[in-house]
Design a protein around this ligand. Structure first.
Ligand code: 4NP
Length: 153
């Protein structure tokens, strides 16, 4: 099972989701490709936002080596599950789908958390530090559910 995390810029939310999922896959010695991408090209080649990197580091996760890239249509071939952070990401990714099978790979990541009263992972880019902590908490819970799916395969 190969898993792609997608947000807008690929410098805040999806790198955090990517780092969390990579660590959980590695800790459980599972075979899975984990990666992330942005629907936009603003930050291609850039490192994650330093506020997200610091938040991750405080939780024992190193995302400093990730480099932003843009989502591309061949990602539908490489990945089995494509988790998007918000409705806008969903529309952008599904807009590139070639067929129904591509569309079925795309899921809002917070749909994994029916008990959470939010539908979208909020973009922390223009806010304060607590926004980054909140993104971490939502993505830690979501990636636990994905891990359980992988363990029960
Ligand atoms: P992300 O956050 O989608 O979580 O990586 C953003 C990063 C950069 C911008 C927007 C969102 N931006 O407009 O540059």
């Amino acid at each position: 099972m190969n898993i792609l995390m997608v947000c807008l810029g690929n410098i805040c939310r999806s790198p955090m989701a990517d780092g969390l999922m990579r660590k959980k896959v590695s800790d459980h010695k599972l075979q899975a490709i984990v990666d992330s991408a942005g629907t936009a090209n603003y930050h291609v080649g850039g490192a994650p936002d330093t506020r997200m990197t610091a938040t991750a580091r405080n939780k024992g996760i190193d995302i400093s080596g990730l480099k932003a890239r843009q989502f591309e249509v061949t990602d539908f071939d490489t990945f089995d599950m494509i988790y998007v952070m918000d409705q806008s990401n969903y529309a952008n990714v599904v807009g590139l789908a070639r067929n129904e099978s591509d569309i079925q790979k795309v899921e809002l990541i917070l749909d994994l958390l029916p008990d959470v009263n939010e539908a979208e992972v909020p973009d922390p880019y223009y806010g304060g530090q607590d926004g980054f902590e909140h993104v971490y908490d939502l993505l830690d819970k979501s990636t636990d559910i994905i891990l359980n799916k992988l363990l029960n395969e």
